[in-house]
Design a protein around this ligand. Structure first.
Ligand SMILES: *Cc1c(COP(=O)(O)O)cnc(C)c1O
Length: 481
């Protein structure tokens, strides 16, 4: 065998540093696992909100050196400068925005996916992975009651899922750029902004956006939708898509899906359901009842990184008719001709080509835990939100709305004197400063309200009781001043 010499030999010696041996891998993994354990221990006890600290550039820790740094130094930099600050959304005492879990087995799925590094854009490149993901999509489509012939894509988040759905619906309706100004979208003031952003990215920002009126529970008024569609059609416009939400981010409200489905079918309008937050509740009977009608939509999105407690990076878009999905996204380069297309290819259903083996972070926890604990946890979250709602309704001074559709409760304190908005803003700040729990706020009908969202896999009765106690005590203290 001939050996490289001179420059090539030198380069090879230096480059081979990237190929670590089994002992080095085991040692690094052991250090990383220990570090992760320390974070999880702090997460259980520590404050839900960490201070940002000073941006001191980590005294050089951020810079790269030509020489290797010891792993313990790197982990110590992360532990000191990266991990403590900001929201600890994996805490069981996190009730702000929409909680997003962080099931440990999902992290292990990511680890395996990255180590195996299979090419999951094209099915023939990793047939096993393609089948696993295809089966996951089928299972999810079944959970939502979609018929055979439905298809979908595992995406990185709800924003991308909404974008895919907007593009699929645009292509299915064959909307050309000349027709955009006549094209009408129906949604409500509570629809998620990422769908409006999706319209912009999809070249549809000039379409007509109708904000359909809502009932007192922030749900779309179906009659008003029907009225609006008919008036638009009579005026020569092209009613194209209605966006229904199954669990709004602000209040967890579920739009009247059966009535919207009736109207969409009669008026031949595409029905898209944003179930990014609420979709997971399909796994328990109580939730299925509340989301009835979702199975009649043309497309929907759902975020496992919310309701299935996965760490950030997992959403799914489902489309009732697989042809529409492929019509929107199938386009191939000449160099891909070796693929005989006997396997399901994600690239034909997605804006992406190369992508991570995203299915594994969802598949592994579902297998290792089984479905039963997920179903129980989701029913539990619905009950906990009702418990919180009922308890706070009986507390003097608090103003609580109707019982929650899902697991978000909005409320505010009504002080005897002074401005209520200002009081609740201060209450929110006091809760953040206290750090035991975290809520977030929103504006409803021009009023500042607090919201408690229950969706942590590690959020149980004890954490909700703690939230009640903190809220009650801090409100009393502020009211006494
Ligand atoms: C979270 C959410 C989104 C956006 O999802 P990302 O994963 O954050 O991009 C869209 N719609 C609703 C209703 C949501 O709750």
């Amino acid at each position: 065998m001939i050996e490289p010499d001179g420059r090539l030999a030198q380069l090879e010696r230096a480059a081979r540093a990237l190929e670590i041996d089994a002992a080095s891998r085991a040692a690094a993994l052991e250090r990383v696992a220990a570090h992760a354990e320390a974070y999880l221990a702090r997460l259980e006890r520590g404050a839900v909100l960490g201070a940002a600290g000073a941006d001191d550039g980590w005294r050089g820790g951020l810079e790269f050196d030509e020489q290797p740094s010891p792993i313990d130094d790197c982990l110590e930099l992360l532990g000191r400068h990266v991990e403590p600050s900001g929201l600890h959304i994996g805490s069981g005492r996190f009730f702000a925005y929409i909680p997003s879990g962080g099931l440990y087995y999902s992290a292990l799925g990511d680890f395996l996916a990255a180590v195996n590094n299979r090419y999951t854009g094209v099915g023939s490149a990793a047939p096993g992975a393609a089948r696993l993901e295809g089966r996951l999509i089928e299972w999810l489509a079944g959970v939502f009651g979609y018929p055979e012939g439905a298809d979908g894509d595992l995406t990185s988040g709800g924003s991308v899922s909404n974008l895919s759905a907007a593009v699929v619906a645009r292509e299915a309706a064959g909307i050309s750029s000349r027709e955009v100004e006549r094209t009408v979208v129906y949604l409500t003031a509570q629809s998620h902004h990422t769908f409006v952003k999706a319209l912009r990215i999809a070249g549809l920002s000039e379409c007509v956006v109708r904000r359909v009126p809502m009932d007192s529970g922030y749900r779309m008024q179906a009659e008003a939708l029907e009225h609006s569609i008919r008036a638009d059609r009579a005026a020569g416009l092209n009613p194209w898509l209605v966006l229904a939400t199954a669990g709004t981010t602000d209040t967890g409200a579920v739009d009247p899906l059966p009535a919207i489905a009736d109207i969409a079918a009669a008026e031949r309008v595409w029905m898209h359901v944003d179930a990014a937050y609420g979709g997971a509740f399909m796994l328990c009977p109580e939730g299925r009842e509340r989301l009835a009608g979702i199975e009649r939509s043309d497309s929907l999105i759902f975020n496992p990184h919310k309701g299935l407690f996965l760490p950030g990076g997992s959403s799914v878009v489902l489309v009732r008719d697989r042809d529409h999905l492929r019509q929107a996204f199938r386009l191939r380069g000449a160099y891909m001709q070796d693929d005989k297309e006997q396997e399901r290819s994600a690239c034909d259903r997605s804006p992406e080509l190369t992508r991570p083996f995203r299915g594994l972070r969802l598949w592994l926890p579902l297998k290792l835990f089984g479905l039963a604990p997920f179903r129980a946890a989701l029913a539990e979250k619905l009950e906990l939100a009702h418990h919180f709602h009922a308890r706070l309704s009986r507390e003097p001074g608090f103003e609580v709305g109707a019982p929650p559709d899902l697991s978000v409760v909005t409320f505010r304190y009504r002080p005897e004197r002074g401005d209520a908005d200002e009081f609740n803003r201060r209450l929110n700040e006091a809760i953040r400063a206290d750090g035991q729990i975290l809520l977030s706020s929103t504006t409803l009908d021009g009023r500042f309200v607090l919201r408690l969202a229950v969706l942590g896999y590690n959020t149980h009765f004890e954490e909700v009781e703690l939230a009640l106690e903190v809220i009650r005590e801090l409100a009393a203290r502020l009211a006494d001043r």
